[in-house]
Ligand binder design. Structure first.
Ligand code: G3H
Length: 528
């Protein structure tokens, strides 16, 4: 696309040379090496060069450890200002942050499109959903605080039980939801009283820059520290110190495993992880064909299949296989591929090397007997990759097991429902499944098995994370801990309580603590 065809509102006139970071409440300037931020969107005459839209700091181990030190001091082994602060004061900080974040919507949305190629509608949705998530988290935290404002008295012991923070959190998010998924970790972590070091993912980095100031002015020094650079140079040295109490990571299990191993005292490390998935769609012979096809298209191809919840393999009943493949191929071939602001479902893939990987998956499957079913399947021009439907996919093909995280859709036909069930039982992953069908006598027993193989069974709809109030988790290698507005607050905290023998003198102390408001923990008031 020529520069002149880019709407003014979305064009980047000159590269954004971002050089700042946030450590200990100060925005510092980085004078060392930088990393170019390249966009895979076509610009200027289809030249072979990727478009450099800016650069970000390639920070080093010293700065990583400075950020850690700052977070560690702010937590102060649980005695710091932030973890001991009144709940409503932490809530006020968060409200201030969200009001400042809202002012940056246009900037962040534009960068989401350029950096990760997400279409306009979904980029706006990512921003708005994140703001909603923060507001819902504030409300949920008030509820949790309210529930903790009641004394219990059992077996002669009086107790006030609340949820307390865990410590210093290292927060690493994914490139496909660089704002939403990262903040869905960071926000509950800090509101519970933890302190954090946050390093943006490999792609979707510049879009965090406009928010540094909002973090700086909203939270006390050291509560949120934001550094830029490679995982190896930033996250690894931090983990080796043993000072991290929670590793919060959404991304690949290889990163999670290697970071986890670096911690010298693993029992101190809590994990909150969202990892790979290979969610199947199972299409029964009485499925509503039009609805199934629409859901399979959205499920497998929204944001080009680069969602952990995407449908990544389709099992279709042998009896309706031909009709499904024909109609599905036709609809997929009608999809438009364009620039993000054109709001097409398909957009360029942000990882420069992704097309080669997708091609390798297709070639491997074709070599082993699969066919590309749709006419436009697998056509590529730079990072514009047209989705390929592959059939028949067999268990010796890479695409059968690997999480493709991109526009290729393996299809398997089955005559016995035990076949997809066995696939799921043998899989390393266990996040979600979609079941399409209408006969309750078939669906009932199927659901009863599937709920124990994954953590969400979607009936006649594609897989997805939302609404964010519902639990988002997975079995096996797909996740550790549960996220949702409510569950994330639990995942980033631990139950801790004050207990006293039920006698007059203790009662008197508790009464005075409450009446004279001497403790931020022992109190029975709450915030509306
Ligand atoms: O990449 C994984 C995301 O959590 C998926 O969320 O289902 O809302 O796209 P989504």
């Amino acid at each position: 696309m020529m520069k002149s065809n880019i709407p003014n509102k979305y064009s980047i006139d000159k590269p954004i040379k971002h050089r700042t970071f946030l450590i200990n409440g100060k925005i510092g300037t980085w004078n060392g090496d930088v990393v170019d931020v390249v966009s895979t969107l076509f610009t200027e005459n289809d030249s072979d060069e990727l478009t450099v839209i800016g650069s970000t700091p390639k920070m080093d181990e010293d700065h990583a450890l400075m950020a850690l030190d700052s977070a560690d001091k702010a937590f102060g082994n649980g005695t710091g200002k932030w973890p001991t602060m009144k709940v409503y004061e932490r809530i006020r900080c968060m409200e201030k942050f969200v009001s400042k974040m809202l002012l940056k919507r246009d900037e962040v949305v534009k960068l989401l499109m350029w950096e990760i190629g997400k279409n306009l509608k979904d980029s706006e949705k990512e921003f708005d959903r994140t703001v909603d998530y923060i507001n819902e988290t504030i409300n949920e935290y008030k509820k949790i605080d309210r529930d903790g404002a009641i004394f219990q008295n059992n077996g002669g012991v009086r107790a006030l039980i609340r949820r307390g923070p865990l410590g210093v959190v290292l927060c690493l998010g994914p490139y496909n939801y660089p704002l939403n998924e990262t903040f869905a970790l960071l926000i509950p972590a800090i509101i519970m009283g933890n302190t954090a070091i946050f390093k943006p993912a490999k792609h979707g980095v510049l879009l965090i820059a406009p928010l540094l100031e909002a973090f700086k002015v909203s939270f006390p020094p050291g509560v949120v520290n934001i550094v830029f650079g490679r995982g190896r140079e930033i996250a690894s040295p931090i983990m080796k110190t043993g000072k991290i109490n929670v590793l919060a990571l959404i991304g690949h299990s290889s990163s999670a495993n290697s970071l986890q191993k670096l911690h010298p005292q693993q029992n101190r490390l809590r994990l909150v992880l969202g990892l790979e998935a290979k969610n199947p769609a199972i299409i029964l012979d009485d499925a509503n064909m039009d609805l199934t096809i629409d859901e399979c298209i959205n499920g497998s191809l929204s944001y080009n299949g680069q969602r952990c919840t995407a449908i990544k393999i389709i099992y279709v009943n042998e009896k309706i296989k031909n009709e499904f493949l024909e109609k599905f191929s036709q609809k997929v071939d009608e999809l438009r591929l364009g620039m993000p602001w054109e709001n097409t479902l398909l957009t360029p893939l942000p990882e420069p090397n992704k097309p080669a990987y997708i091609k390798a998956l297709i070639d491997d499957a074709v070599k082993k007997g699969a066919k590309i079913i749709n006419k436009r399947g697998g056509k590529m021009k730079k990072n514009y990759v047209y989705p390929a439907i592959l059939y028949p996919v067999k268990n010796n093909m890479d695409v059968y097991k690997e999480e493709q995280f991109g526009p290729v859709i393996p299809v398997v036909s089955f005559s016995d429902i035990e076949e997809p069930i066995k696939y799921m039982a043998d899989s390393n992953y266990g996040q979600q499944v979609s079941v399409f069908g209408n006969d309750e006598t078939k669906i009932g027993p199927l659901i009863d098995s599937l709920v124990n193989l994954v953590c969400r069974v979607n009936l006649n709809s594609s897989c997805q994370r939302g609404p964010d109030v519902y639990p988002f988790t997975g079995r096996k290698d797909s996740a550790v801990a549960t996220l949702s507005v409510h569950d994330a607050l639990r995942s980033f905290s631990i139950r801790t309580f004050v207990a006293s023998k039920d006698n007059e003198s203790n009662k008197e102390i508790l009464r005075k603590l409450i009446d004279n408001k001497k403790s931020n923990f022992v109190r029975t008031d709450y915030y509306l």
